[in-house]
Design a binder for this molecule. Structure first.
Ligand code: C5P
Length: 310
């Protein structure tokens, strides 16, 4: 056990392919989910404490729970249980990733808390065990630990790392208020039933990763990537939040190569040909009033990392 605070930096993600299969008997959906980490970061600091406490600062933190239901708290509790120790730690989350935005902010904080507690408590948990705990915490949590680019199968938690060149330049348009991930999956199911296609694994073909997309990541070609970006949850997010269509159109008109809803939304992601164009698209989107703010960012980015002490 070290007494010095431990801070972990953890990236946001965008799904460059989110292929959603049918609803499984356990309620989850099989995915072919190509994650790409982007350089918008949350930081989680762990300090010694007598009980488990969570505090948070940054935009949108009024809306996150500061009790044992916070995914970062669940991460500390799961790691402590794995080792048979008490989950006593003070966790502070400094948020920059949009809250409930479809960029895996909550998952990122869980992965960061896990690594911060492991370091603070001097546990040296093997990487494979950390990844298994991540998978129990949520479908996107393992990727937040790993970063870079990866294909997520199963419900998203079975990861295969992918080669990725870059940088790819993005703009993220952050909406006012979040969207609930379960609500967006439910809407996707409802739309599939309404269309007559059905929504179970018997009705929907198994999702598969697009080889052209994996190739575009490997070669770092934004034009090739723009041609194949796809999100099967986009129609559901637009159905719940129709105004996102204006956001997508504004960024496309401003010079984006492609636009899509990030994960379950409501953040919209725009792929730009270069950093200068990304900066201009961000200015246009922010001025347009079709989003709360727009942020340029680049990918890939590394996964959760302990920040060296100053
Ligand atoms: O795994 P996670 O806790 O992040 O999932 C949140 C919710 O999103 C699930 O309870 C489920 O409603 C939905 N989900 C899904 N299929 C997935 C991942 C998430 O239906 N593959």
């Amino acid at each position: 056990m070290t007494a010095a605070p431990v801070t972990v930096r953890v990236p946001a993600k965008v799904n460059v392919q989110l292929a959603v299969g049918g609803r499984r008997p356990d309620g989850f959906h099989d995915l072919a989910n190509v994650f790409l980490a982007v350089d918008l970061y949350d930081h989680v600091t762990a300090v010694p404490a007598d009980t488990l406490t969570i505090t948070a600062s940054g935009p949108g933190t009024d809306n996150i729970p500061l009790d044992a239901t916070n995914l970062a708290a669940k991460a500390a509790i799961a790691l402590a249980a794995h080792h048979g120790v008490d989950p006593v730690v003070g966790l502070h989350i400094t948020k920059d990733i949009p809250v409930a935005g479809g960029m895996a902010g909550g998952s990122a904080d869980a992965a960061a808390a896990l690594l911060a507690c492991d370091t603070l408590w001097g546990l040296n948990t093997p990487r494979a065990d950390l990844l298994a705990i991540c998978a129990e915490l949520g479908s996107d949590v393992p990727f937040s630990l790993v970063g870079g680019a990866a294909l997520g199968e199963g419900r998203g938690e079975i990861l295969t790392p992918l080669d990725v060149a870059g940088p790819f330049h993005w703009v993220f348009a952050v909406a006012d208020g979040g969207l609930s991930t379960p609500a967006v999956y439910r809407e996707c199911d409802r739309l599939r039933r309404e269309s007559g296609a059905g929504d179970t694994t018997d009705d929907v073909p198994s999702p598969v990763a697009d080889p052209a997309l994996i190739d575009a990541l490997r070669t770092g070609d934004p034009y090739a990537l723009a041609a194949v970006l796809v999100n099967d949850l986009q129609a559901a997010a637009l159905s719940l939040r129709p105004a996102l269509a204006d956001t997508l159109a504004t960024g496309t008109d401003a010079g984006a190569l492609a636009a899509l809803v990030s994960g379950s939304g409501p953040t919209c992601a725009f792929l730009a040909p270069d950093a200068d164009t990304a900066a201009k698209i961000a200015v246009t989107l922010t001025a347009s009033g079709t989003c709360r703010t727009a942020r340029p960012a680049a990918s890939p980015a590394p996964g959760a990392t302990v920040v060296p002490a100053p």
